[in-house]
Design a protein around this ligand. Structure first.
Ligand code: PLP
Length: 444
């Protein structure tokens, strides 16, 4: 066999090569067809091969494919920033363009710290985050990430550790009901702030629904309203990491809109260009920009490819496509249908403990016993077995972490393109149901 030259995530596994994609399907070079029920890594939210996007990218490539952001801007980047300001709530009127979600988080961290520096409060540098979270793979973003498996090799280099528990209602540490708990888990943020001293803290960062590290963990009633209030009382900025949840994934442009809570800074990525080109963004509110405009007039972040015109043109075309086809509403509606079907399936199976999420971001957690919620042991490798079995059946789902943090537990995310049709949703559930039956037959 010919050796590999490309470093892939798992060196000992062979990867199929994809020849092409169309709509919600990918095709490999052996001619096998896969339904992309996770939009890759919750990214390809309008499906593959959309002519409008390809046209927009072609036009931009013909006009100019690169300008250096310290010398020039482009119509595409300017248009994208304007569009993002129009489709997001409140005064999130400023956009810093980068290339990945991790970079968007790094820029968010730096912007929050600068906001206080510009006001002669340079000691406000700490950023508080939660366990069971993922904010990116670069060292700053990884410092904030409560994802033990991705952290442990680099622990000595990480600037900080997460401090606050996530809203994990399925396994609520207080044994409370999400409808009546009054979001008790937010108390931990206040405790963490008091311990360190608000004078040292710049921001709190959270994923509105936890993605890779929690399989669509959804907060209880009132959670973000209380978080916003705590941040305001202690003069701490609220950063929403909407890299996975943003741009229609949960049924609104920003997931934070579900609770009417306005963050000060937002990180976007993934669905922003729906996978057509690498691009991500840090959105900054007028309030946060003001002291920077009046002070150093500079955000000390950026990369050679930041605000790349080609990527910006792809993203702008994706945002127009989402608007033209009302895909936020489609996500909300189709999400309800899919949730119902998966909850029905949950009743028929012995290993689906929880189905949760919003819009077309649905997490499924697996347990050995629904009554005790006992997770499968790590040694069982259930998540990777489900992913592989699904793939054999022509269905792609996304592995997520859940269960006992850093220990036993298994979960996946189902997050198909927002363009998925009703027939395709039915097919998705059929393929997933087949996969779970086969897995049950193997393990029980
Ligand atoms: N933030 C969240 C919530 C994510 O889900 C991810 C990626 O999965 C990131 C940040 C990092 O984004 P990227 O992989 O584009 O660097």
């Amino acid at each position: 066999m010919e050796r590999d030259y490309l470093i892939k995530p798992m060196l000992d596994e062979s990867y199929k090569i994809v020849s092409h994609g169309q709509g919600v399907y990918l095709f490999d070079t052996d001619g096998k067809k896969y339904m992309d029920a996770s939009s890759g890594a919750v990214t390809c939210s309008i499906g593959h091969g959309v002519p409008e996007i390809i046209d927009a990218m072609g036009k931009q490539a013909n006009a100019v494919s690169f300008v250096y952001r310290s010398q020039f801007s482009s119509h595409a980047a300017e248009g994208l920033a304007k569009k993002l300001s129009e489709i997001t709530p409140g005064d999130l009127n400023w956009t810093f363009l980068v290339n990945s979600g991790s970079e968007a988080i790094e820029t968010a961290m730096k912007t929050a710290i600068q906001y206080f520096q510009e006001q002669n409060r340079p000691q406000k540098t700490k950023i508080i985050s939660r366990w069971m979270s993922y904010h990116g793979i670069t060292l700053g973003a990884l410092s904030l990430s409560g994802h033990p498996e991705r952290r442990f090799r680099f622990q000595q280099l990480l600037e900080s550790n997460p401090e606050v528990s996530p809203p994990y209602c399925y396994r609520c540490p207080f044994g409370l009901n999400p409808a009546s708990c009054n979001a008790k888990c937010t108390d931990e943020l206040e405790t963490a702030i008091r311990r360190t001293g608000a004078e040292h803290i710049a921001a709190f960062v959270a994923e509105p629904l936890v993605g890779a590290a929690g399989a669509a963990l959804t907060p209880p009633e009132g959670y973000y309203e209380k978080i916003r209030d705590i941040c305001d009382r202690y003069d701490i900025l609220l950063i929403a990491d909407e890299v996975m949840t943003g741009i229609g994934r949960t049924g609104k442009t920003l997931a934070m809109e579900h609770w009417g809570v306005l963050p000060d800074i937002v990180a976007l990525g993934k669905g922003m260009s729906a996978g057509y080109a690498p691009i991500a963004a840090t959105l900054v509110s007028d309030r946060v920009m003001r002291p920077i405009q009046q002070g150093s007039k500079l955000i000390m972040s950026g990369h050679t490819y930041s605000a790349n015109p080609q990527s910006a043109a792809a993203s702008l075309a994706v945002l127009h496509y989402i608007e033209k086809n009302s895909l936020n509403d489609a996500s909300a509606e189709k999400g309800k249908t899919l949730m119902k079907q998966l909850q029905k399936l949950q009743k028929k199976t012995s290993i689906i403990g929880d189905v949760r999420g919003m819009g077309l971001m649905i997490g499924i957690e697996f347990v050995t016993d629904k009554a005790t919620k006992k997770p499968f042991s790590k040694a069982c490798h259930l998540t990777s077995r489900i992913i592989k079995k699904a793939q054999m059946n022509g269905l792609l789902v996304y592995p997520a972490a859940a269960g006992i943090e850093g220990g036993d537990g298994d979960a996946i995310l189902i997050a198909p393109p927002l363009t998925i049709s009703e027939e395709e949703l039915t097919e998705l559930v059929r393929l997933f149901s087949k996969t779970i039956s086969e897995i049950e037959a193997e393990i029980i």
